[in-house]
Design a protein around this ligand. Structure first.
Ligand code: SF4
Length: 312
């Protein structure tokens, strides 16, 4: 990126900070003075910065992924698997410049394979400024944008040229599910548009010679209890509208968390909340999504290879 392009990105990021419509919530607030729905102002709130070994093998590699967990979120998933970080907003406030110094520390001290910004959708201008500053400080690692896909095209445009790998969730398919479980009107409509824009920017996922992700799109879907039909619809969308070579991780580690399974309060308070989600997923549910993905023509999955050779 030329210094002229970098200056344009900086100026655009500052403009967005003063009138934030950078995610589908479209709050229109000046984040130097107040906060919108995400409740995060001009500084990012960061919960954990550390080498992380809970990602896909191609992302975490041998030394870990340099994870930066952002506090807060622009979604309100009732089953949030990261409730303490995303809903409670615990953490330390950092300026983009301080954040950039942490990226360099992860590179120099942690020897990680990438900088993995987890839940960045509501802090995109700050993240853009931090990456630009970190490049000036000598950051050479790929940047991973680890998102729920509840992004706007404007924010993805701001990240264009700054992100190497989009690690994108695709959570649910139906608008009704989105309203009930994510507290957003039509998450899937936004995610469809976002994932296509990410693919247009970085293409299919590609790797270094030793199997570490270098550039491209990786889509994750967390299988949910009783929602395998939505998972199957997402797989068909990826195959027909994104790429049959799309790298996909169908995840089976769902557990009841956040508001799921908590006692109902107030009048009519018998039983637990979101009872239909109050169990792990079954093998049959996960298998049916995997089958739908293969039937649709997808073939690059996050699975162990079937050979005895070296595997990271
Ligand atoms: S990033 Fe935050 S302030 Fe900006 S539009 Fe989204 S929720 Fe509102």
């Amino acid at each position: 990126m030329t210094s002229r392009d970098a200056a344009k990105k900086r100026s655009l990021a500052y403009a967005h900070m003063r009138n934030c419509n950078l995610c589908p919530r479209m709050c229109g607030v000046n984040r130097y003075e107040t906060t919108g729905m995400c409740l995060i102002g001009d500084k990012v709130k960061v919960n954990v910065i550390a080498p992380h070994f809970g990602e896909e093998p191609c992302i975490q590699g041998h030394n870990g992924s340099g994870a930066v967990f952002m506090s807060g979120c622009n979604l309100r998933c009732v089953f949030c698997q990261n409730y303490d970080i995303s809903h409670r907003r615990n953490g330390m406030d950092l300026t983009p410049e301080e954040l950039a110094e942490w990226y360099v520390k992860l590179q120099e001290v942690g020897r990680v394979h990438n900088i993995n910004i987890v839940t960045p959708e509501h802090v995109v201008p700050q993240v853009a400024l931090s990456i630009l500053h970190a490049r000036d400080l000598g950051l050479r690692l790929p940047i991973v944008y680890n998102t729920s896909s509840f992004d706007s095209l404007a924010s993805l445009d701001l990240m264009d040229g700054l992100v190497d790998i989009y690690l994108a969730d695709f959570k649910v398919w139906q608008a009704e599910t989105s309203r009930r479980l994510l507290k957003a009107d039509d998450y899937a409509a936004t995610a469809r548009e976002s994932v296509r824009a990410m693919q247009a920017q970085v293409g299919d996922l590609c790797f270094t010679a030793d199997g570490i992700a270098k550039k491209g799109l990786l889509v994750r879907h967390l299988a949910m209890p009783g929602r395998e039909a939505e998972g199957a619809a997402i797989m068909r969308f990826l195959a027909s509208n994104v790429s049959t070579d799309c790298f996909v991780n169908i995840m089976e580690q769902y557990r009841p968390d956040a508001h799921v399974g908590k006692k109902k309060r107030g009048r009519g308070g018998e039983g637990v909340r979101y009872d239909d989600l109050n169990r792990p997923v079954t093998d049959a549910e996960v298998s049916s999504i995997r089958k739908a993905a293969a039937d649709a023509g997808l073939w690059r999955f996050n699975e162990s290879p079937q050979h005895d050779g070296f595997v990271i």
